[in-house]
Design a protein around this ligand. Structure first.
Ligand code: SF4
Ligand code: SF4
Length: 264
């Protein structure tokens, strides 16, 4: 990992660092992870593919997907009864339409009184991140294709994991993770090397909702849709990361976030 460290020097103005209490952002950390716009799940903006279709809002559709399918499904088979970030199983026969839940892109969501800053599909308990590399995911409650940077009125906050017994919250950032995570592979096969990890402070780890609200991250990014995330393996709802030390929750975010789609 040497030579591949992020430039986070400017993020060093922390008040007493602790995992959930960190922040004096003077930073352009967002610049580290590309926040000029999005195509899907908060990735960088790219010019539309010449052959790609667009929906009514001008969003580029995955290849071969019609505007109607994008809006109402069906979604690819891999999502039909998949499990969301909050462990909700999708039932394709019991879904809301996008219109039912005032589904919108993030910028439009900000106009809604019901929207809480920083909340988006990528940090919602019902989100199912990309599984086929097209940058879009799905939802356990809403039909059609879903971008991590979208939002709707039934947004559900992910529950914060409890501090494991025998530990304090302050220890979570630097604690050795349980044995099953130490050399585990991330959700897309990135292997964790316990001797080659960033500290949480180096990468400005915080909760995704706060990072987006404070402008450190673009909407659509969380550990849940990051290529480096190692999901819960022991039922305590904590996960780990192939690049960052300590306990990591699915609703967290850091400045070396990498779109899960890039490794699919
Ligand atoms: S915000 Fe709405 S559409 Fe997005 S993942 Fe959550 S429930 Fe689904
Ligand atoms: S999973 Fe991704 S966003 Fe989360 S801490 Fe690891 S590298 Fe950062």
């Amino acid at each position: 990992m040497s030579g591949d460290k992020p430039r986070v020097e400017s993020a060093s103005t922390y008040n007493m660092w602790s995992r959930r209490n960190y922040l004096v952002v003077t930073v352009g950390v967002a610049a580290l992870s590309g926040c000029a716009g999005h195509t899907g799940d908060g990735g960088e903006t790219t010019e539309p593919d010449e052959e790609g279709e667009e929906d009514e809002e001008g969003e580029e559709l995955p290849e071969g997907v019609t505007a109607e399918e994008f809006e109402s499904g069906p979604v690819p088979e891999v999502y039909l009864s998949a499990t969301s970030l909050g462990n909700e199983q999708r039932n394709p026969d019991e879904l809301h339409t996008k219109a039912d839940v005032s589904f919108s892109e993030y910028d439009e969501a900000r106009e809604s009184e019901a929207h809480r800053p920083g909340t988006c599909c990528a940090n919602c308990a019902d989100y199912i991140p990309d599984k086929n590399g097209d940058e879009f995911g799905a939802c356990a409650e809403v039909e059609g294709y879903i971008d991590g940077a979208d939002w709707c009125t039934i947004y559900e906050e992910l529950p914060e994991p409890e501090v494991p017994e025998g530990m304090s919250e302050a220890e979570l950032a630097t604690a050795e993770v349980p044995a099953e995570y130490r050399t585990a592979s991330s959700q897309v096969g990135e292997e964790r090397d316990p001797d080659d990890l960033f500290s949480q402070e180096e990468v400005a780890l915080t909760e995704s909702v706060d990072a987006i609200k404070d402008g450190m991250a673009p909407p659509g990014q969380s550990c849940g849709n990051c290529a480096e995330f190692i999901p819960d393996k022991n039922g305590d709802t904590w996960g780990a990361c192939a690049r960052v030390e300590g306990f990591i929750a699915v609703e967290d975010w850091c400045s070396v976030w990498e779109h899960v789609s890039e490794e699919l």
